[in-house]
Design a binder for this molecule. Structure first.
Ligand code: TPP
Length: 299
């Protein structure tokens, strides 16, 4: 079983490390998605190091909690938490999107341990998650199914079928969360296809809904713990996040949905993330300089 990290500050530092991994993977790959993975680093760190029951030494453990990444394009954040929790070697991260890599541009379930299902076509993962949760109820299994969705992804009708199905069948073992970053591939969600009032809409499908700051570790942990205890209804956590979080020139800009940094931009990004890590650690300036020099490099 994974050793849980309970200290909020340790989790926040881990999120910064995950953001560093994401930048390094993406610049090496030369293509992929930046804004979503950076924005969701806090949620995924919380899930894999605090919330979920899972065992990197036994990825197929039958009672493990399952995470379905329906917004498959944000997989760099999933790959980084899987590597850091021990599912595969950290060096694999550098092979993202390369021919023959276990880490493809969208998750492929047979390629790498810890990936529950193949995703990429938006909406599909939501049905898979609801199906696993429904099956688990039939088998009287106690594990939870975590479902990651994007807000732009909710333009897909299939997501709303999942909301209907899970509400009707009272799937209280299903804990979905939406990356409510207000961006999608080509602009602002409310201009392209308004979703608000999103919380009320999902509530009306017989779900418990929480709205949180998805970059606030305390709120994330508390929301998932409430969702785990919820009975009789599926849970939705709408995570308001800053797309590109941690990198000033990417934050809140939809242009970074599907674009990656070039080398100079990556170095600047790493510098900013490492500076933030140093602030969290409250180290003196000499120690910080060493850390920033070390982690701010594209080795
Ligand atoms: C069925 C389907 N249609 C289109 C796409 C192409 N696509 C990939 S990501 C994306 C936008 C998704 O927006 P959102 O869920 O908000 O992701 P974010 O911008 O927050 O990363 C689109 C249209 C796809 N992967 N699947």
């Amino acid at each position: 079983m994974i050793k849980r990290v309970t200290e909020i500050k340790k989790l926040e530092i881990l999120s910064d490390n995950i953001r560093e991994d994401i930048i390094k993977m993406l610049v090496e790959a030369g293509s992929g998605h930046s804004a979503g993975p950076l924005g969701m680093a806090d949620v995924f760190t919380a899930l894999y190091f605090n919330v979920m029951n899972h065992n990197p030494n036994d990825p197929e453990w039958k009672d493990r909690d399952r995470l379905i990444l329906s917004n498959g394009h944000i997989c760099p954040v999933l790959y980084a938490v899987l590597a850091r929790s021990g599912y595969f070697a950290m060096k694999e991260l550098k092979t993202l999107r390369k021919l023959g890599s276990i880490l493809q541009g969208h998750p492929h379930r047979h390629s790498a341990p810890g990936i529950e299902t193949s995703t990429g076509p938006l909406g599909q993962g939501s049905s898979v998650a609801a199906g696993i949760a429904y099956g688990a109820k039939m088998d009287k299994k106690r594990f939870k199914v975590f479902l990651s969705m994007g807000d732009g992804e909710c333009d897909e009708g299939q997501c709303w079928e999942t909301f209907m199905f899970a509400g009707k069948n009272k799937l209280d073992n299903l804990i979905a969360f939406i990356d409510r970053n207000f961006i999608q591939i080509d602009g602002n969600t409310e201009q392209i296809m308004p979703l608000e009032p999103l919380a009320d809409k999902i509530k009306s499908f017989n779900w418990n809904v929480q709205v949180i700051d998805g970059n606030n570790m305390k709120q994330i942990i508390s929301a998932f713990s409430k969702a785990k205890a919820s009975k009789g209804k599926p849970s939705m956590i709408i995570c308001k996040t800053i797309p590109g979080k941690g990198v000033s020139f990417m934050e809140r800009r939809f242009e970074w949905h599907g674009k990656v940094p070039v080398k100079d931009e990556a170095l600047k990004a790493l510098h900013e993330i490492c500076e933030h890590e140093c602030k969290l650690r409250k180290w003196d300036s000499q120690k910080c300089k060493l850390l920033i020099n070390k982690c701010g490099m594209l080795e």
